[in-house]
Design a protein around this ligand. Structure first.
Ligand code: PMP
Length: 298
């Protein structure tokens, strides 16, 4: 993480962190009205930037939010922000808010969307958990049905996930599984979930209510290259209770093993061997691909 004050991209230019302020009338603040992306930088390259930006613009389109710049301009602004902060490894938070409006809900009274790009760092789980594995619970808080809000919209309203996260922390766990309305496994509070059984890999379908994670997609590519069979399924808790191995994926989380679920050990209760190989291959991919930030590599 950068230690000196950050330069933040705000609307159309870079400003010092101390000047990066948002109005109290911004609907992103008042209503969680907006969308965002979290993106990683590995080894001076932005990982799967195009995929993240496509998802951002699709989230915006889905909620009738017009981003005032093109996707190409957003790509340039993102790379410029990373370079201005001299980051080689880190995390980008790209936020689009509905912008300043009145105190009522009406988004059409917000004439211009706000753009915020923060290039810094993030630590989701304690470092040692990447070696020892996470403990999971089943969260009582369910994922909202797609008819309420599509899980594919990465909206600024994360209260549902935050309620679930509170349950995890109160139960003394780092993470939890969120079920959909029908009781099937959807995803974790901020990550996708995979289980391995008999050498085959399983993950909930997107229709189960999981965000189609960029890391999920990258890890599926990696696993197929490794010759593993990956199945997108309707998953119950039973599949997780009886799995040999389990791991979670997400931009902030990266790939992390899970070793306990509802206080029962997953497999032998230790991070799995295949999971370790998948993590190694994912790291290789992440460190060797992506959009170059610095033209002269050193
Ligand atoms: N599910 C949810 C609810 C998330 O917030 C995230 C993190 N963005 C993910 C899954 C993982 O998605 P990605 O790999 O694109 O970060």
């Amino acid at each position: 993480m950068a230690s000196s004050p950050l330069l933040i991209y705000l609307d159309d230019k870079l400003v010092p962190e101390s000047e990066a302020k948002v109005s109290v009338f911004d609907h992103g603040l008042l209503y969680g009205d907006g969308c965002f992306e979290g993106i990683r930088i590995y080894n001076g390259r932005v990982f799967r930037l195009t995929e993240h930006l496509v998802r951002l613009y699709e989230s915006a389109r889905s909620i009738c939010l017009t981003i005032p710049i093109s996707i190409e301009e957003m790509e340039k602004a993102t790379v410029e922000t990373v370079a201005a902060n001299n980051l080689r490894d880190g995390y980008i938070r790209l936020v689009i808010t509905r912008g300043v409006g009145s105190l009522g809900l009406n988004p059409y009274q917000c004439p211009k969307a706000g753009i915020i790009i923060i290039a810094s760092g993030i630590t989701l789980y304690p470092k040692e958990k990447y070696e020892t594995g996470l403990n999971l619970i089943t969260c009582a808080t369910r994922r909202p049905p797609p008819a309420a809000l599509s899980p594919q919209v990465k909206s600024l309203n994360y209260l549902n996930n935050i309620m679930a996260k509170i349950e995890c922390i109160q139960a003394g766990c780092e993470e939890g599984i969120m079920l959909n309305e029908q009781g099937y496994v959807a995803e974790c509070t901020g990550d996708n979930i995979f289980v391995i059984k008999g050498g085959q890999v399983y993950t909930p379908t997107i229709a189960s209510g999981a965000l189609n994670g960029i890391t999920r997609q990258a890890v599926m590519d990696v696993m197929r290259e490794m010759g593993l069979q990956v199945h997108e399924v309707t998953m119950t808790r039973h599949e997780v209770y009886t799995a040999d191995e389990c791991f979670l994926t997400g931009t902030a989380a990266e790939v992390i093993p899970a070793v306990q679920y509802d206080r029962r050990p997953i497999g032998d209760g230790k991070p799995g061997k295949l999971t370790a190989q998948i993590i190694t291959k994912f790291k290789e991919l992440a460190n060797s691909s992506g959009t170059e930030v610095y033209s002269t590599r050193d």
